[in-house]
Design a protein around this ligand. Structure first.
Ligand code: NIG
Ligand code: FE
Length: 411
């Protein structure tokens, strides 16, 4: 099956070098062709070129798509979300406006624990239904590959319920989905911290591992949540089941999460709102992708991560949405890219690479997703005609995505 997309105003995100991630200055290059065509064969990118390079006899295809002068970009790769959750938490949003901080709400037993209480009351089917509404929403906004965490169960049965929902999403959604076990998101109600960590290590991880429900393991390693020592213990237990670490680090304070993540070969360390310059050095020459979540800084009025300094230091950087009911009730990756430019001071090309190829890398998926490269899965979207790629983050609330293709099929 060959699909030819013609009349493309701007074809962006072409990667001819087969890079798995982009570091430092490399992040400025976003392969671009103007007035182009793109051929997809059996769901994968096969060839592209400019109109002038089109063979005189044309290109044979089973289906022709007219991009009507719009831009084609590789789908967003959102490497950090909590898209499976129950209900919403706008009452806390109002509490925050009145002056309470995220940490204070958590300390009073609200926050994540409120979401866990509500999730406990919902059936797996209802949880799945609510999550699929959000999946549809982010797909229409251009996301094609997404990581989803558990972490609102906080007891074994409810953590498994969440992971079963994520498994169903994996099986039924056209998006590529990766799953993460985040049992150590908060201490379950009525439990002591040491007892809860024991439960995560001795019961939850083996159950999750036996059912192969998680690709990754995560810990909220932060002030008021889990310590680096507890994090290390959890990562080591999960490693026995093949779950690679992705860590919540430095959201509320510089709290050792970067160090413990790097020491355990984490795929990514995420948040980094409170990271220090010393931690930039810890990340140098490692496999760990620093992942900044500017939507969280925006919504919680936290400092913005040091993405500019990291890129200037030659590191790779990814950006992700953190879509969740407490700190970022939005999975809009185009807005994340705008914030990456406006608040993190990344150039549009750097921000788009951070939200595509480097995001895919933070999920261990950059061999198959994240750029327009020969043989990669054809996940892309077509925009309305736009004057340049800089228009994407510039027009920060203008919806531009017109058509979405995942695995080469229009969704
Ligand atoms: O990434 N910080 C920890 N977890 C989420 C928020 C969870 C919540 O408040 O529901 C985050 O920001
Ligand atoms: Fe998060």
């Amino acid at each position: 099956m060959r699909v030819l997309i013609e009349n493309i105003g701007i074809l962006a995100g072409i990667d001819s070098h087969g890079k798995q991630r982009l570091c430092g200055k490399e992040m400025q290059s976003l392969g671009i062709l103007n007035d182009a065509w793109l051929l997809v064969e059996d769901g994968r990118f096969a060839a592209w070129g400019t109109r002038a390079e089109m063979p005189a006899e044309g290109i044979a295809a089973d289906e022709h798509v007219d991009a009507e002068g719009g831009a084609v970009l590789p789908s967003w790769c959102d490497s950090h979300t909590h898209i499976v959750f129950a209900g919403s938490r706008e009452a806390e949003f109002v509490d925050k406006i009145r002056g309470l901080s995220y940490a204070e709400i958590a300390k009073r037993g609200g926050g994540i624990l409120n979401s866990a209480d509500l999730l406990h009351t919902l059936s797996e089917d209802e949880l799945y239904r609510q999550a699929m509404v959000r999946m549809e929403e982010v797909m229409r906004k251009g996301t094609g590959c997404v990581e989803i965490k558990s972490g609102y169960g906080l007891n074994t049965a409810d953590e498994l319920k969440m992971l079963h929902v994520i498994k169903r999403i994996k099986e039924n959604s056209p998006l590529r989905v990766k799953s993460t076990f985040l049992g150590a998101h908060a201490v379950g109600r009525g439990m002591t911290q040491p007892d809860y960590v024991d439960l995560v290590v001795n019961e939850m991880i083996p159950e999750v591992g036996k059912e192969k429900l998680a690709d990754f393991v995560d810990v909220f390693c932060d002030e008021g949540f889990f310590t680096p020592a507890e994090t290390a213990r959890i990562l080591e237990a999960a490693d026995k089941w093949g779950m690679k670490p992705k860590i919540h680090a430095d959201e509320l304070a510089s709290s050792g999460g970067v160090e413990v993540g790097v020491a355990h070969g984490a795929l990514s360390v995420d948040h980094l709102e409170s990271m220090t310059v010393e931690e930039i050095e810890i990340l140098r020459d490692t496999v760990t992708m620093p992942t900044v979540l500017p939507g969280t800084s925006f919504f919680l009025n936290l400092p913005y991560g040091k993405a500019r300094q990291m890129v200037d230091a030659g590191l790779p950087v990814a950006v992700a949405s953190d879509y969740n009911p407490g700190s970022t009730p939005s999975g809009d990756m185009k807005f994340v890219v705008s914030l990456a430019c406006i608040k993190l001071r990344l150039l549009p090309e750097e921000a788009i690479n951070a939200a595509t190829l480097n995001g895919a890398c933070a999920m261990g998926e950059s061999q198959q997703y994240g750029s327009i490269a020969k043989g990669k899965v054809a996940n892309f979207f077509i925009t309305r005609p736009i004057p340049s790629v800089s228009f994407v983050p510039y027009a920060y609330t203008t919806p531009i995505v017109e058509r979405v293709f995942l695995g080469g099929k229009e969704c």
